[in-house]
Design a binder for this molecule. Sequence first.
Ligand code: C2E
Ligand code: CA
Ligand code: CA
Length: 394
Amino acid sequence: MRAVPDATVVAITVDPYRRGTELYGWAESVAVAERYVDAVLGQVLVGGTFERRGPLDWLWRSGAAGPSDVHAFDLSLLDVSGVRVADPYVPARFVDVRVGIAHRSVVQESPWGDDDLAHVADTTLREAIEFGAPVVIARPGMLAVARRRAGIGSDLAAASSDSWEPVYQPIVKLGAGEVTTAGYESLLRWRRDGALVGPDVFLAGLEATELIVPVGRVAIARSVEALAGPVTELLGPDAFMSVNLSAGQLRDRWLGDYVGWLLGEHGLDPARLWFEISENAVVTQGSVADRTIWTLHGLGCGICVDDLGAGFAALGYLRNLPIDVLKVDRALVSRMPSERMDRAVVRAICDLASAAGALTVAEGVETPEVLAAVKELGCDMAQGYLFGRPASLA
Ligand code: C2E
Ligand code: CA
Ligand code: CA
């Protein structure tokens, strides 16, 4: 419990999923929202100021002297949010209210700008909408998160195409004799303020904004150039390049045309270019993604299921999509020496692959013990720090 008054901002949105609009129509939904904010929220949020930001959006600011008991304040908002009857006098109307609360004392950061608390409340509200929670309360450190996201969003939009630099990690062939590099996986990096940063920094932002489509094309083009140039010089004309595709790139209906054109420009055998689709990307039959995969396959490119074993989608994929390669997820592979069940799953995947005429790649091989386990089960190829980290080819 806090005794000291504390600045608080509450971001409120009504009917974020538009269920009320669908049932009651727009004008009635807005009227219900106004009545609710007046009659219900007005009782709970006292002393501060309401700002109307849109037909269904409000912001409440406490001013410098916020609630003295933060916990009681949060609970009182929880009581009146979520899906609820809007107005006891009109029982057939419900409202769906989502709330993001930012207490300065909880977020605890400095220095603060004028609108920082509102920015944090908005970030928190977005989480409430995304996760379907009635109320989310901003956590310590959230201002840094909000600023970082905003900074990355604008930097990504402004990034030039030559700031995207794939690095390449060897994929080795496992045979009776020595392991030899058969090809590379292309892994994207972003040159930002002089440093090269990885997908953990930028991928979610690219995917959320669909910028993954143009940026992904740059990555594919650079990887195809590398395949035609240094990779062929290093490994010969049979070497392959494997490129990751996100769900958003699969929704690009011109991707197949673009890839076909690129391969033609470089005079490359399409079978040397592989595409990795994560097991977690939902590909429904008849969707654009489904057609894109079939188009890439029709060009002659290899289709890989990535991160196999991390989710449960792969069995459906094997039945419905033209799969050439199964890449077994690092988490599963790394546990093989110690976990009997994980070995059994990988063994089943290898059996499945041979029945389907697909190749297997074990990802994330870091130690000789894991390599031995992977070889014993008959995986065709392997990838991981044991053979090489992602690096530039120059
Ligand atoms: P992924 O496709 O599963 O790629 C493998 C990740 O595991 C890479 O991380 C790689 O650096 C890392 N890795 C490889 N071997 C080992 C190992 O032995 N031990 C450990 N601990 N890690 C290993 P990275 O480069 O950070 O990429 C992360 C993810 O970002 C990739 O996961 C992929 O899903 C995505 N991604 C990367 N490049 C692209 C791209 O060009 N386009 C798209 N759409 N996604 C990309
Ligand atoms: Ca991959
Ligand atoms: Ca993977």
